[in-house]
Design a protein around this ligand. Structure first.
Ligand code: GLC
Length: 563
């Protein structure tokens, strides 16, 4: 046994020139095991000094992403938007908001990134538009009964004088899923459906204009060189036109607006469009479904390429829970020939170092509250271990900006600065999602930490982030950033990470251990104590320094097994 882990170093790395994986840049199926970095443009880097991130800021930082070792970037929406929901209320799908730049700059970014071997994925939001979108404005002007209203879900209200919403559906953000409009003289008239904020009216996907428009939007961006589309709220588009009340339980495919079978045909059409631009263009669904079989239907040949694995992302820090999720995921994907995805965070959920530092480390939107006790030290150790665990699994890995810096959730944003509608619509109980959307710290020892220069950042940054900046972490072998850089580099250069097979190794119920190909064994220790490692030639990388050759609690090691 040869444990090449210096006692004081948190991570160590061995390279093996004989082992090399596919070159993602030339592989049409690159998305099967890519590392994809999510950029929330408002908070990545601010080049023009207005306190909000922009495309020029991203372009200037592309070398950082290349050095981090990601294959693609996914941008949350950059389209013109009143920002009623952080840009997921799109007013024009073929333009870029002035806050972020313009179309020419977006095209420049896509080309610059490609030149560095980084593909670009855009977010398309088909379930709803902004209430400022031309279609919705036209529908208001045209009035009840008009063809313009048929692109949305307008209905008369209930009750004697129409003051009740047409049905009892609730908005995902809290409160009713219906708002009432008024005619130009102020007389209240019909109601419209919005599964999210009132500024996000739902589209009627039975309408041919709606289908045609989105197909054109896909073509528009594929023609501008994007490699893929992330489909927002992908399981919600189709509605039962009778708009029936929800039951306590629905048979699969029979819910009035979740996971309806009509969606399969919509996405088969999208797949043909994507493929007409080449085999390397990809469609990735945001699909929150508890039923793994129903989830996998979206990933059958000819439908979507890939979808986010929220089952794993929301899992508690528990070996049986994580292993169960991994098994369910791999089985469901294998049956349809699709690659699994592994996600620890995104712009909607609590940051991993915070979540894993709590007594209840599962994520649930319903459980979000202010003031939950958190041990950030434990959370950070577990987040490091979770990252290596997830990166060792077969499939694609998605990381959200700042995850690689180990940023915690910011939980003390002054209430008047909270922008996310989830906060207000929960009556102030839910802190909202802004805590993971705070502008990134790049350098320096006080806000804005090199994020920009000039106006105050759109969300305030904490005063104690000096040690978390990119500059502070680069070159520090113990830092989260160096762990990610090393792990992503190994993942990219070793064929075993891409080979697809996984063989479990039984080291006890609180250990998650498996082999990937002949050259890699991953061991994650959730026993609470030190763990003897299985026989190995050397340690590729560990999320914490070994202690007397043993793996400490809440740590992952990647080993080269004995041959
Ligand atoms: C998705 C997005 C989320 C947004 C919602 C409505 O869930 O990830 O941020 O609020 O859709 O568009």
């Amino acid at each position: 046994m040869n444990l090449n882990v210096p006692a004081m170093s948190t991570t160590t790395v061995r390279t093996d020139p004989a082992a090399s994986g596919p070159t993602p840049a030339s592989d049409p199926e690159w998305w099967r095991n890519a590392a994809i970095y999510q950029i929330y443009p408002r908070s990545f880097a601010d080049a023009n000094g207005d306190g909000t991130g922009d495309i020029a800021g991203v372009r200037a930082r592309l070398p950082y992403l290349r050095d981090l070792g990601v294959d693609a970037v996914w941008f949350t929406p950059w389209y013109p938007s009143p920002m009623a929901d952080g840009g997921y209320d799109v007013a024009d799908y073929r333009e870029v908001d002035d806050l972020f730049g313009d179309l020419t700059e977006a095209e420049g970014l896509i080309a610059d990134a490609r030149a560095l071997g980084i593909r670009t994925i855009l977010d398309v939001v088909p379930n709803h538009v902004s209430d400022q979108h031309q279609w919705f404005q036209d529908s208001l002007a045209a009035g009840p009964g008009s063809p313009e209203r048929e692109r949305f879900w307008f209905r008369d209200g209930g009750g004697a004088d129409g003051t009740e919403p047409p049905n009892g559906w609730k908005s995902e953000f809290g409160g009713p899923a219906w708002s009432r409009v008024a005619s130009p003289d102020g007389t209240p008239e019909q109601w419209y459906l919005h599964l999210f904020a009132p500024g996000q009216p739902d589209l009627n996907w039975d309408h041919p204009d709606v289908r045609r428009e989105h197909e054109d939007v896909l073509r528009f961006w594929f023609e501008r060189g994007v490699a893929g589309i992330r489909i927002d709220s992908a399981a919600l588009l189709a509605k039962d036109a009778g708009l029936p009340e929800l039951l306590d339980d629905h048979d699969p495919g029979d819910h009035p607006y979740v996971d309806r079978d009509e969606l399969q045909g919509i996405y088969r059409g999208w797949r043909q469009i994507a493929e007409s631009y080449g085999p390397d263009r990809v469609l990735i669904g945001e699909i929150w479904l508890a039923d793994a079989e129903r989830f996998a239907r979206y990933l059958r040949p000819g439908v979507l390429h890939s979808a986010f694995n929220f089952d794993f992302m929301t899992c508690a820090w528990s070996a049986p829970a994580l292993r169960g999720s991994i098994e369910r995921t791999l089985q469901a994907h294998e049956r349809v020939g699709a690659p699994a995805t592994w996600v620890l965070s995104n712009h909607d959920v609590t940051r991993p170092v915070t979540r894993y530092g709590r007594a209840d480390s599962a994520f649930s939107f319903d459980a979000k509250r202010f003031g939950i006790p958190t041990d950030l030290g434990a959370g950070t150790r577990r987040a490091r271990a979770a990252a290596l665990l997830a990166m060792a699994l077969p499939g694609a890995y998605y990381l959200f900006q700042g995850e690689e810096l180990g940023l915690p959730e910011v939980e003390d944003i002054p209430l008047e600065r909270i922008d996310d509608p989830m906060h207000a619509r929960s009556g102030g109980l839910d802190p909202g999602r802004d805590g993971c959307r705070v502008p990134l710290p790049w350098s320096g020892d006080r806000p804005p930490y090199g994020f920009g220069q000039g106006l105050e950042t759109w969300l305030p940054q904490p005063d104690d982030w000096a040690g978390l900046t990119v500059d502070a972490q680069i070159g520090d072998a113990k830092s989260m950033l160096e762990l990610y850089r090393t792990a992503l580099g190994l993942r990219r250069s070793h064929a075993d990470f891409a080979s697809g097979d996984l063989r479990w190794l039984n080291l006890g119920q609180d250990v998650i251990a498996f082999h990937r190909g002949p050259g890699l064994t991953s061991v994650t220790n959730l026993t609470g104590g030190r763990l003897d490692l299985p026989p190995h030639e050397h340690v590729w990388l560990a999320s914490a320094p070994l202690e007397g050759g043993r793996l400490p609690a809440d740590a992952t090691a990647w080993l080269r097994p004995q041959s």
